[in-house]
Design a protein around this ligand. Structure first.
Ligand code: DX5
Ligand code: ZN
Length: 226
């Protein structure tokens, strides 16, 4: 299980300090939301910011590209220190070449799906990816409420993973707090992106540990219920 604090909910005036807090919290991944003002109605930060924070986080940097034209950004994010990059299935015909490009750059390959998009859209790509990112809010802004209707998508993704003998992570992103993280864990998620519920806590390390313990318990309980 992986906890991934999202830098989008951090203090934008102190990126290096916030990345250091995330590093000391023991979180396995740092989640970096890249918004281009086209694919989503907001702009966040780009490769230069990721490059600047990279030395302050010692583990996996998870770059989530909510962008209309990710192909122009892949190489710059590799240079900036991304370990994995996620593009969205809503990009249609661009998806296959983008997944190949990320793989050819030697980075972990992620595919995201927005709440209104049918989960069947990701089915053809499952054998090509390392991470399936299931959005649990409409992307663009932190601090939104979790959309419970997305939970069956997690269950479907977990069922496919079992049936096909694949190993992709199931990552959830949006409105993840202690309670919704547990709901997602019971459905089969194993990577928990959380912005507001983690970064807005004074003690980020304690918040990460609490979320990890809650998710662990929820997961164990769900195994006993099988
Ligand atoms: C939403 C982003 C999320 C966001 C989650 O567009 O993809 O990663 O940071 O933030 P919270 O946890 O505040 O919903
Ligand atoms: Zn994200």
């Amino acid at each position: 299980m992986i906890i991934a604090p999202s830098l989008l909910a951090s203090d934008f005036g102190r990126f290096a300090h916030e990345a250091t807090r995330a590093d000391r919290s023991g979180a396995e991944w740092l989640h970096l939301d890249i918004m281009d003002g086209q694919f989503v109605p907001n702009i966040s930060f780009g490769p230069a910011v990721v490059e600047a924070v990279r030395p302050h986080f010692s583990r996996y940097c998870d770059v989530h590209l909510m962008c209309e034209k990710p192909e122009i950004l892949l190489q710059p994010f590799v240079k900036a220190g991304a370990d994995g990059m996620t593009i969205h299935v809503e990009l249609g015909a661009q998806v296959t070449p983008l997944l190949w490009k990320i793989r050819s750059l030697g980075r972990r390959v992620g595919l995201g799906v927005n709440p209104p998009t049918n989960i069947n859209e990701v089915r053809p790509y499952l054998s090509q990816i390392d991470v399936l990112l299931i959005m649990t809010v409409n992307p663009g802004f932190g601090g939104q409420s979790f959309i419970h209707e997305c939970v069956p998508k997690i269950q479907q993704a977990a069922a496919w993973r079992r049936e096909l003998g694949l190993k992709y992570h199931i990552e959830v992103d949006g409105g993840i707090n202690l309670e919704t993280a547990c709901e997602c864990a019971r459905a089969g998620a194993d990577v928990f992106v959380s912005g507001t519920a983690l970064f807005h806590q004074r003690n980020l390390g304690a918040a990460v540990r609490k979320m990890r313990a809650a998710v662990h318990n929820a997961h164990t309980e769900s195994l006993f219920q099988l």
